[in-house]
Design a protein around this ligand. Structure first.
Ligand SMILES: *[C@@H]1O[C@H](CO)[C@@H](O)[C@H](O)[C@H]1NC(C)=O
Ligand SMILES: *[C@@H]1O[C@H](CO)[C@@H](O)[C@H](O)[C@H]1NC(C)=O
Ligand SMILES: *[C@@H]1O[C@H](CO)[C@@H](O)[C@H](O)[C@H]1NC(C)=O
Ligand SMILES: *[C@@H]1O[C@H](CO)[C@@H](O)[C@H](O)[C@H]1NC(C)=O
Ligand SMILES: *[C@@H]1O[C@H](CO)[C@@H](O)[C@H](O)[C@H]1NC(C)=O
Ligand SMILES: *[C@@H]1O[C@H](CO)[C@@H](O)[C@H](O)[C@H]1NC(C)=O
Ligand SMILES: *[C@@H]1O[C@H](CO)[C@@H](O)[C@H](O)[C@H]1NC(C)=O
Length: 360
């Protein structure tokens, strides 16, 4: 899939966890714990006040994510709230978001999983101010949603590898060490939210692998180990952030690996699927299948960075949502166990994003 196709806590518990975490915080700057709460450890609980918006009143949802419109018959999956173990996640408040983000520009950069999260945020914000005039423009790979009344701009840049894809005489080359892309398109934002992973495992040249050669350390290859390539590209990206981002004006997030539910073997699309027919999340805080190997790579790279980057560590909470994918309700023949229904799990990613933005 291409273009169409990461308050009420008791004061004492915050204090205790900060004390316990202090030695650890010293070592790992770029951590979700900087807010004093691990929002990513928790479970899904039923809550009849969810979802945060009615998908039929949100004009921004791609057909692929619009599960109810595509005929999904069950709706219990809409009625879950993400509930962190050690503290509470504030319910998203669109007006509060718009006040805090007044005159600010937020950019999501990544593949269709970023699109999924961006559309979710648009729906969440629009639901709070349905009468407010908005504009939605697309130019090349950039889509811009703005609310002039608040001066807020929420943007999405389609960019599946973050590093550069360059058309050369030999063919299209994926350059793991080059990221000139960023020079022109990632500057001047208050918040940047990056994501990349799914396209690193695409094969089948020309079809869903848009490159013919891969350049690593100045050498050209026909192919290479994809996890090694991903790590090299992420290191190039981290170098860009470290040398170009001014932390006082720009907050940087990395949206962690969004998992798929293809028979538990998330890197292999050819195996039979298990998200089909799922109508409830996994109970509890632990996903029995383990984590995709890319998660460790993301964490390793983030730990080496000199600028603060917050990991939106959404992998486990999303793994628990085996019921949250469009599956056969994505509007075409087939079974999509990698994107997410809207309304659905990306709404919780955005609740956490806003909680982290509010805390800092
Ligand atoms: C989540 O938090 C609980 C309680 O603090 C802890 O026992 C558990 O190990 C944590 N789980 C993970 C995956 O970190
Ligand atoms: C969502 O909105 C549509 C159109 O306004 C309405 O028909 C439907 O009942 C609403 N659904 C819910 C669950 O409120
Ligand atoms: C939206 O735009 C229309 C037409 O330009 C204008 O009449 C209306 O007052 C605007 N509404 C808001 C809430 O700004
Ligand atoms: C985005 O579009 C610009 C302008 O067309 C182009 O130069 C750039 O290569 C594109 N980036 C990606 C990642 O597609
Ligand atoms: C783009 O940025 C990179 C690293 O930040 C730098 O090495 C490169 O010279 C820049 N390229 C241009 C054309 O400005
Ligand atoms: C994916 O699974 C199929 C069927 O089990 C197997 O033939 C294929 O080798 C696997 N591919 C990878 C990359 O693991
Ligand atoms: C999950 O928990 C709910 C409520 O406690 C229970 O009804 C349900 O059977 C549990 N599901 C599984 C798969 O254990």
């Amino acid at each position: 899939m291409g273009y169409h196709h990461g308050y009420h806590t008791s004061f004492r518990s915050i204090a205790i966890s900060i004390i316990l975490l202090l030695p650890w915080l010293d070592r790992v700057e770029s951590s979700e714990f900087s807010s004093g709460c691990d929002y990513f450890n928790g479970s899904w609980i039923q809550d009849s006040t969810y979802p945060l918006y009615n998908s039929s009143n949100c004009p921004f949802i791609s057909k692929d994510f619009d599960c109810q419109a595509n005929g999904r018959p069950d709706n219990l999956y809409l009625k879950y709230k993400w509930n962190p173990t050690a503290c509470s996640l504030p319910r998203f408040n669109g007006l509060d978001f718009l006040m805090k983000m007044k005159e600010k520009k937020i950019l999501f950069v990544g593949d269709s999983i970023s699109l999924n999260m961006w559309e979710s945020l648009l729906c969440m914000v629009h639901a709070a101010v349905p009468e407010s005039n908005y504009s939605l423009k697309s130019k090349g790979n950039l889509s811009t949603f703005s609310l002039p009344e608040f001066g807020v701009s929420l943007e999405y840049s389609h960019n599946v590898y973050l590093v550069d894809l360059v058309k050369e005489d030999i063919g299209v080359v994926l350059k793991l060490d080059s990221i000139e892309n960023g020079n022109y398109s990632w500057k001047g934002y208050d918040v940047l939210i990056f994501n990349s992973w799914h396209w690193w495992v695409h094969t089948s040249k020309g079809k869903n692998q848009p490159w013919e050669f891969i350049e690593s350390n100045g050498k050209i290859f026909e192919d290479m180990d994809r996890l090694v390539a991903f790590k090299e590209a992420l290191s190039t990206w981290s170098g860009w952030v470290d040398s170009n981002v001014e932390p006082l004006t720009t907050r940087v997030f990395f949206q962690g690996i969004s998992p798929v539910h293809y028979d538990g073997r998330e890197w292999n699309r050819s195996v039979s699927t298990t998200c089909k027919g799922e109508t409830t999340p996994v109970n509890g805080t632990i996903y029995p299948g383990g984590l995709p190997p890319a998660v460790a790579i993301v964490k390793q790279v983030l730990e080496t960075m000199s600028k603060p980057v917050i990991l939106l560590d959404i992998t486990t909470l999303s793994l628990l949502r085996k019921d949250g994918h469009p599956s056969v309700y994505y509007g075409q023949d087939g079974n999509d166990c990698s994107h997410w229904c809207l309304a659905g799990p990306p709404d919780a990613w955005n609740e956490i994003l806003f909680a982290l933005l509010s805390n800092s």
